[in-house]
Unconditional design. Structure first.
Length: 365
C-alpha cells in the first residue's frame, strides 16, 4: 500500500528513525531483525552488523535485559524495567536506561525493545535544582555584602592601627588579621556576581571562535602542558549567547579538566561541538518547550568525580579541590541557566564529560 508516494514499509522505517529512543525488533532466535537510527547510535554499530550476531553479544554478560526478553516471550505481555546498565566498552562505558519490552502479536517469539537513557531523564529532573541552587547563592550574596563586608572593613582598620604600635611578634598577628579579612572580602566579591539579576545581553556568537580563544588562553597559562583534541562541527549555526560569559564558562570547565589530569603522562582534554535537534526542555517562564540543539562538550581522561558528588556538583561550596571555594561550577550553572540552557556532568575514571546544551540564534530571537 502506498501513502504519499511511499510504501508502508518505508514509511514505518522513516517513523522509527524519527524516534529519538533506541528501538529494536528481536526474533525468537535472539537475532536483531530491525533497528532504528537511535539504536545504531547507542550500540555504535550499523543495523547490518547488528543482524549478523546474536543480540546477547551487544549487551553486558548476564544483562537483565536478556531475562526480560525471555519473560515477555513466555508471558506474552509487555514488561518495563528501570535503571538498567547496558554499558559496554563498545558503547562508551556506563549507559543506564529505562527499558520497555513488548511482544509482537502477529509473530510469536518476536519482541520489540525500546529504552530511554537515564542520563537524559535525569538532566530534565535536575535542571531546576541547579537553577534553584544558583538563586540561593544570589540571596546569600546580597546578605553577605551588607552583613560581612562592612564589619570586616572595621576589623581591618583596627588591625592596621594596632600594627603601628605593635612589636615584631604582635605585628605578625595583625598582618594575619588583615590578610584573612582581605581573603574573605575577595570571596564575598566573587559571590556578588550571583546577585546580578540584570537580563543577559545576547547576540549571535560563533562558538568555535569562543573555544579557540579559550584554548589559546589555556595553552598560554594553566594548560601549557595539556594535549588538546578538537572535534568541531563546522556547519554549526551561531549560539544565542553573551560572548564574554561563554568565555568564562568554558575557561572554568577547561581549567577544571586540566587540574583533573595534572600529573598524568597521557593527560588529554577533548573539546567537541555538535548539533542535536532532538533535545527539548521545559524552561521556567517559557510558554512552550525550548529547543536546545547546540551541544558543547569538554571531556578529560583524568581521575573522575566521585559518584556521591555528581548530583551536587553545581551546588555552591561543593568542591573536590583542597583549596577550592566551590563557587566556580555554581557560577557556570547560573550563567548557563540565565541563557536558558542546561549543563550536566557524566563521570567515570578516565572519562569525565561536561556537556553544555544551548539554544541557537534565530532571526526573531
Amino acid at each position: 500500500m502506498d501513502f504519499n508516494g511511499k510504501s508502508g514499509q518505508s514509511l514505518s522505517s522513516a517513523i522509527l528513525d524519527a524516534i529519538p529512543h533506541p528501538i529494536l525488533t528481536i526474533a525468537g532466535n535472539g537475532y536483531v531483525i530491525e533497528a532504528n537510527v537511535a539504536a545504531e547510535t547507542f550500540f555504535q554499530v550499523s543495523t547490518p552488523l547488528l543482524r549478523r550476531r546474536p543480540f546477547a553479544e551487544f549487551v553486558p554478560f548476564g544483562s537483565p535485559l536478556l531475562g526480560l526478553i525471555e519473560q515477555v516471550r513466555e508471558r506474552g505481555a509487555p514488561v518495563n524495567e528501570y535503571r538498567v546498565d547496558l554499558g559496554t566498552p563498545r558503547n562508551g562505558g556506563e549507559r543506564v536506561v529505562d527499558i520497555h519490552v513488548a511482544p509482537v502479536a502477529d509473530n510469536p517469539g518476536h519482541v520489540v525493545v525500546m529504552f530511554q537513557e537515564r542520563t537524559i531523564a535525569d538532566k530534565m529532573d535536575r535542571q531546576l535544582t541547579h537553577r534553584g541552587a544558583a538563586r540561593s547563592v544570589t540571596t546569600l550574596a546580597s546578605m553577605l555584602a551588607h552583613e560581612i563586608k562592612n564589619p570586616l572593613s572595621g576589623i581591618r582598620g583596627a588591625a592596621q592601627l594596632l600594627e603601628q604600635s605593635a612589636g615584631d611578634d604582635d605585628r605578625v598577628l595583625t598582618r594575619l588579621i588583615c590578610d584573612e579579612a582581605d581573603r574573605i572580602v575577595k570571596l564575598v566579591d566573587r559571590m556578588e556576581v550571583f546577585s546580578d539579576e540584570r537580563p543577559v545581553e545576547r547576540e549571535p556568537v560563533n562558538i568555535h571562535a569562543v573555544l579557540e580563544h579559550v584554548r589559546t588562553l589555556a595553552s598560554a597559562g594553566f594548560g601549557r602542558d595539556v594535549r588538546f583534541v578538537e572535534d568541531y562541527d563546522p556547519s554549526l549555526p551561531p549560539v544565542f549567547a553573551n560572548r564574554d560569559q561563554l568565555i568564562q564558562v568554558f575557561l572554568n570547565l577547561i581549567k577544571n579538566a586540566a587540574e583533573a589530569i595534572d600529573g598524568l603522562p597521557d593527560g588529554e582534554i577533548q573539546i567537541t561541538t555538535a548539533f542535536r535537534p532532538g533535545v527539548r526542555l521545559t524552561i521556567p517562564g517559557a510558554a512552550s518547550r525550548v529547543s536546545l540543539p547546540l551541544e558543547f562538550c569538554v571531556r578529560d581522561n583524568g581521575r573522575g568525580v566521585p559518584d556521591d558528588l555528581i548530583p551536587h556538583l553545581f551546588d555552591p561550596f561543593v568542591t573536590t579541590k583542597p583549596t577550592g571555594s566551590g563557587l566556580g561550577l555554581a557560577l557556570v550553572a547560573k550563567i548557563i541557566g540565565d541563557h536558558g540552557g542546561l549543563i550536566e556532568c557524566e563521570s567515570q575514571p578516565r572519562r569525565t564529560t561536561f556537556r553544555v546544551l544551548l539554544p541557537m540564534y534565530t532571526a526573531g530571537a
